[in-house]
Design a protein around this ligand. Structure first.
Ligand SMILES: *Cc1c(COP(=O)(O)O)cnc(C)c1O
Length: 225
């Protein structure tokens, strides 16, 4: 199946309110161009240098998503163009994004990445750390960022019940925050980023508004990323 066919199939399964972000890490610009030709605008990468190289070669109308660990010293490279940063897991990173966004004359939308899996390997905030950021007295002063929602990665397992439980827990937390923090100037809680190739169907059922799908669109990656 071609990239276009894969995209078409996926889109036919997703409800209209769910954004499909095509994760193009490790894949060549030509593969992204195939997806663009099929109408895809949202792309995600996990390495800033790779994203910036691709961004500079492709139409400026694309929406670039940063997923995965983001080092503070790399924020300046993506600040001028990034559409959404999915992986904020510290106050310091949030401050850095604010600073670079101001330099770029922008306000950058971000998601706070939550730790919801059983594995120790996946990073993200726990609920106490999340509250520390949301209740930080200086948050409203970070005018270069808008916290647009939460992101989470489920445990890598065949146990669909386990995955559903983790996603549903994140959705409940998201809904709680929407109630608790409505009207906060730094928050516009509308995006719940959960689900990838192996579990996007469960994620959508559990309330995801944005799925991050790579290998189902572009094929398996030949080296780990
Ligand atoms: C690579 C990656 C994805 C996509 O993974 P697939 O299994 O190829 O769909 C989604 N989210 C993040 C954070 C990733 O790093």
């Amino acid at each position: 199946m071609s990239v276009a066919e894969n995209l078409q199939k996926l889109k036919s399964q997703l409800p209209a309110h769910v954004t499909l972000c095509a994760i193009s890490k490790t894949k060549p610009v030509s593969a992204i161009q195939e997806a663009i030709a099929a109408g895809q605008l949202d792309f995600g990468e996990n390495k800033v240098q790779e994203m910036s190289e691709k961004q500079s070669q492709l139409p400026s109308s694309l929406r670039w998503h940063q997923v995965g660990t983001l080092q503070r010293n790399k924020v300046k490279y993506l600040a001028p163009y990034v559409h959404l940063i999915h992986s904020v897991e510290s106050w310091k990173l949030l401050q850095e994004i604010h600073k670079e966004a101001q330099k770029a004359g922008r306000c950058i939308p971000v998601l706070l990445q939550m730790f919801i899996a059983e594995e120790e390997t996946k990073f993200g905030l726990d609920e106490a750390e999340l509250r520390q950021i949301l209740d930080h007295p200086e948050l409203a002063g970070l005018t270069g960022v808008t916290i647009q929602g939460l992101m989470g990665m489920a445990t890598f397992t065949d146990d669909e019940k386990q995955i559903a439980k983790e996603f549903s827990g994140l959705r409940k937390l998201f809904e709680q925050l929407q109630g608790n923090y409505s009207g906060h100037p730094s928050l516009d809680l509308k995006t719940l980023s959960m689900g990838m190739s192996s579990d996007y169907q469960i994620a959508v059922k559990e309330g995801s508004t944005l799925v991050r799908v790579g290998s189902l669109i572009f094929g398996e990656r030949t080296y780990p990323a």
